[in-house]
Design a protein around this ligand. Structure first.
Ligand SMILES: CCCCCCCCCCCCCCCC(=O)SCCNC(=O)CCNC(=O)[C@H](O)C(C)(C)COP(=O)(O)OP(=O)(O)OC[C@H]1O[C@@H](n2cnc3c(N)ncnc32)[C@H](O)[C@@H]1OP(=O)(O)O
Length: 127
């Protein structure tokens, strides 16, 4: 059975306010949760302020419904001089009805460590 890749960094509940006109959860809301999850992982890795600089290859595999518990997993794929490329996966569970986890969304986000003035600053590659 397929398993999530990376560390669980964020878990939250899809609410009625997050729906689109079809009644499913907005893709933009999911992307926002992934950005927050990636931001947490990047901050943990760099110990500094961070900023999202790029989002690539977002895929939405399955609709998400109100009441689904969404779990964001982060895996740091590459640490550059100031940037971190992070793979994010969102899996849902619909407890207590269904204990099975389903991957609904994935994407690759790049974050940059920044200083107090918002300028890129180096990340320790050896950590
Ligand atoms: C401890 C635990 C508790 C945690 C508890 C708190 C958690 C806290 C969580 C916060 C979670 C919120 C996370 C939301 C974060 C936002 O919402 S940020 C808001 C949206 N983003 C922005 O507004 C960014 C706007 N852009 C900028 O300010 C500037 O472009 C940046 C990001 C400072 C970079 O400056 P720049 O002059 O473009 O930098 P440059 O030197 O050219 O490139 C820097 C690096 O980025 C790379 N890069 C640049 N452009 C790209 C691109 N298009 N694609 C890929 N890489 C690129 C370069 O290759 C370079 O990489 P390195 O070779 O250094 O590794």
């Amino acid at each position: 059975m397929l398993e999530p890749r990376g560390e669980l960094v964020l878990r939250t509940l899809a609410m009625p306010a997050d729906t689109n006109p079809n009644g499913d959860i907005f893709g933009g809301w999911l992307l926002s949760q992934m950005d927050i999850a990636g931001g947490i992982a990047a901050k943990q890795r760099s110990h500094s302020r961070i900023s999202t600089v790029a989002i690539e290859s977002m895929s939405f595999h399955q609709p998400v419904n109100v009441g689904d518990v969404i779990c964001c997993y982060a895996e740091i794929m590459h640490v550059g001089t100031t940037s971190m490329r992070i793979k994010l996966e969102v899996w849902i569970t619909n407890m207590p009805f269904n204990q099975q986890r389903i991957k609904v969304t994935e994407g690759i986000f790049t974050f940059v460590a920044i200083d107090e003035d918002g300028r890129p600053q180096s990340v320790d590659r050896d950590e």
